[in-house]
Write a protein that binds this ligand. Structure first.
Ligand code: PLP
Length: 715
């Protein structure tokens, strides 16, 4: 049957399922068709193929000898989609009839679909990919932002400029989700000021379908057509309207498409209205009162909290709640005060606004933080919700975040893994034994592979720097000069993440004399690559970018401290695959987990991090480097000062000497030993397969009413 399909048809089908994005061979196929356009089009195969009518494509495929690779890729994809021998088939059969529904305001699947801003979205994307690989029955719901999140440029003053470009729904791999009538599914949500409509799209992520709601349709008033234009754009009113669409609209879309989920997983509180809509359905269908429907719905609820700072949680005032949730509250038989009570730590406290996190906790029996330390912090933070319980008895556990190995592992590293790990290791990444073989990789081959990936990063970075300089109107001489920036022999430290003040991007630059000495050391120099966006409304975050940028422009730092614009999944992939050291210095304990350092581990880079988030439970003394000893101070100035000193100490006393201590063959043996140890001790724990298996065993199966493994709170 598949043999009858033309190569063009097969390629088109492959292009419409993001499975290709975590198959390096299939990715290379698309690139081989037209390398230049491929990178200009942001690695979007649908757009690439749109430029190639069948004859022209045929010609390219023939000259590049791609036919047999396409047939092979297509066959592998079919096998993947049809395979019944998955972990999920054995371990999550209970979800077979009624899947888990996963809600998130953002999904970071790939650079070609810019509906993510950072860690939360990339985590959700990795969750879907692992759920697909493991064969977990799961459907996902999000919003389609047709202007996405912004692209970042940094101007000559170092100030961040945001631009939004419209992503046409025809140019990304989405298709209409069809209702029973064969037409694109359209749902609506009621507010006191009118209905808001949304159509539903489908994005294929391997075996998982991600449904995206999109309000940009003629049924809506102008204001509402733009409602889902931008991720995290707009004010409180935009925010709550997006959130009723995600939660209430999301449940309605799933229902209209014939799904009857047995688990509601809320990735952060944005989607916490979803269970309310489910409660309403229960009351109608079963004729039961609100309290009983709430109890039953909450038993299906799984809530993952990500934010360890009170200010990071969405809060709405009574007016906004009544306007947007009033009609639903009426159907639930709740008056305004009872409705507000659901979102208050103390329901009787009329001074309290409505908090989405509180609602999510109330409507889900299972809640988790995203690292062990974050679990402690979250339990402490929310004691007010369960005042009669001690801190240890609080119903908040933790499942530490992990990353999707095939997405983040460089192809050259995978070749090494294939040689020393058991066959089909990538189907069993959650098992420690599988990773034991890492010790067999010889120092020479590991170092050579790392060096080649580092070179790839530096070449990419230079190209980007020269481009940035030309755009800013710097002299041609300067742009040319930049193409020699970053020396491959120099210890290269990467720092890339959201520029939020608590992440302290400038910490390492606070003592410029000190850092200048390190950078210009004749025998053992270091260089830094920075990247990251600040939220458009975050002025202190933008000032941080400016500070780092200005240092990078000073003559004595040029070519040794560089800032790359527009951090996205593509830039992240280059960075995590090529740096020697990944620096992370948040103000403990504000980093709930962090995941970028986990991507670095897989590729042989070493973490140098504050003992916060995942690193607090990962560091064993030899699998990377720790900044400080985990102590905190109530005064942030004191803590910053202390952490800065610890950072310089670990760089001077450990990182730099170990990196430059070579044996007779020119290999830094002790460093390479740490690389191997990092992969072996961390790879199996901090990957998304292990994470999704934990969610399934500890939350989805009990929530779906299966044999309940006790979800213990691990202190
Ligand atoms: C992995 C990733 C993140 C998350 O990194 P943190 O370590 O959690 O800060 C953010 N943005 C992109 C593009 C990523 O790939």
């Amino acid at each position: 049957m598949s043999q009858q399909k033309s190569t063009h048809q097969k390629l088109t089908e492959l292009a419409t399922n993001y499975w290709w994005s975590w198959q390096p061979e299939v990715t290379s196929l698309f690139r081989a068709i037209d390398p230049e356009r491929w990178s200009q089009l942001n690695h979007n195969p649908v757009m690439l193929l749109a430029e190639y009518p069948p004859e022209k494509l045929e010609e390219r495929l023939t000259t590049q000898v791609l036919h047999s690779s396409i047939h092979w890729a297509y066959r592998r994809w079919q096998e993947y989609m049809e395979s019944r021998e998955t972990w999920g088939m054995t371990n999550a059969a209970i979800l077979g009839q009624r899947p888990a529904a996963y809600f998130s305001a953002e999904f970071g699947l790939h650079e070609s679909l810019p509906i993510y801003s950072g860690g939360l979205g990339v985590l959700a994307g990795d969750h879907l990919k692992s759920a697909s690989d493991l064969g977990i029955p799961l459907v996902a719901v999000g919003l389609f932002y047709h202007e996405g999140y912004f692209s970042q440029q940094i101007d000559i003053e170092g100030w961040q400029r945001e631009t939004y470009t419209e992503v046409s729904d025809k140019r990304i791999p989405m298709e209409p989700a069809l209702g029973p009538d064969g037409k694109q599914c359209v749902i609506h949500v009621d507010t006191r000021s009118g209905k808001i409509y949304a159509r539903v799209w489908k994005v294929n992520v391997g075996r998982i379908i991600l449904h995206l709601l999109d309000t940009n349709i003629p049924e809506n008033k102008d204001e509402d057509r733009h409602l889902t234009a931008r991720l995290y754009g707009g004010d409180h009113r935009t925010r709550i309207r997006q959130e009723i669409m995600l939660g209430i609209g999301g449940v309605r879309a799933l229902t209209a498409l014939g799904y009857q989920p047995s688990v509601i997983h809320m990735n952060e509180g944005h989607s916490a209205f979803a269970p309310l809509e489910m409660i309403k359905m229960r009351m109608k269908e079963d004729g039961i009162p609100f309290d009983e429907a709430l109890r039953e719905t909450a038993s299906m609820g799984v809530f993952t909290t990500h934010t360890p700072v009170p200010a990071g949680h969405d809060r709405f005032d009574a007016g906004l709640i009544d306007e947007h949730v009033g009609p639903l509250a009426d159907e639930l038989g709740l008056n305004r005060d009872a409705m507000m009570g659901l979102g208050r730590v103390d329901p009787q406290n009329h001074g309290e606004s409505f908090c989405m996190t509180v609602l999510a906790f109330r409507l889900s029996r299972r809640a988790n933080a995203v690292s062990s330390l974050h679990g402690v912090v979250s339990r402490r933070m929310w004691t007010g919700l369960w005042p009669w319980r001690s801190e240890e008895e609080m119903p908040i556990g933790h499942i530490t975040n992990g990353v999707h190995v095939p997405t983040w592992l460089a192809q050259q590293m995978r070749v090494l893994y294939d040689r020393v790990l058991p066959q089909h290791w990538y189907l069993r990444t959650g098992e420690p034994d599988v990773w034991a073989g890492i010790e067999q990789i010889t120092s020479g081959e590991l170092w050579e592979t790392h060096t080649s990936l580092k070179n790839r990063l530096l070449i990419y970075a230079r190209g980007k720097l020269a481009q940035q300089a030309r755009r800013r109107g710097e002299s041609e001489q300067r742009a040319h000069d930049l193409s020699n920036a970053l020396d491959p022999r120099v210890l290269t430290i990467g720092f890339a993440r959201r520029f939020a003040p608590y992440k302290r991007a400038d910490l390492v630059l606070r003592d410029l004399d000190m850092i200048l000495k390190l950078i210009n050391d004749v025998d053992r120099p270091v260089q830094f690559i920075f990247a990251g966006k600040a939220h458009p409304a975050d002025q202190p975050g933008k000032q941080l970018i400016q500070r780092v940028y200005r240092v990078s422009q000073q003559p004595e730092f040029k070519n040794r401290v560089v800032v790359l614009e527009d951090y996205d999944i593509n830039l992240a992939r280059h960075l995590v695959q090529g740096v020697d050291v990944w620096l992370n210095n948040p103000r403990r304990p504000l980093e709930a987990s962090g995941t970028s350092g986990q991507k670095v581990v897989l590729n042989g880079g070493l973490n140098c991090s504050i003992l916060d988030g995942w690193w607090a439970e990962a560091y064993d003394g030899l699998n990377g480097f720790a900044i400080g000893n985990g102590r905190t101070h109530v005064n942030t100035d004191v803590q910053d000062e202390r952490d800065m000193k610890s950072l310089y100490e670990v760089l001077k006393n450990e990182v730099i000497p170990i990196y430059y201590r070579h044996d007779a063959d020119g290999l830094p043996q002790e460093w390479i030993q740490r690389m191997r140890r990092a992969i072996r001790t961390l790879g199996w724990r901090f990957n998304a397969d292990r994470m999704v298996m934990d969610y399934v065993r500890n939350t989805y199966i009990p929530a779906a009413g299966g044999l309940s493994c006790h979800f213990s709170v691990q202190p």
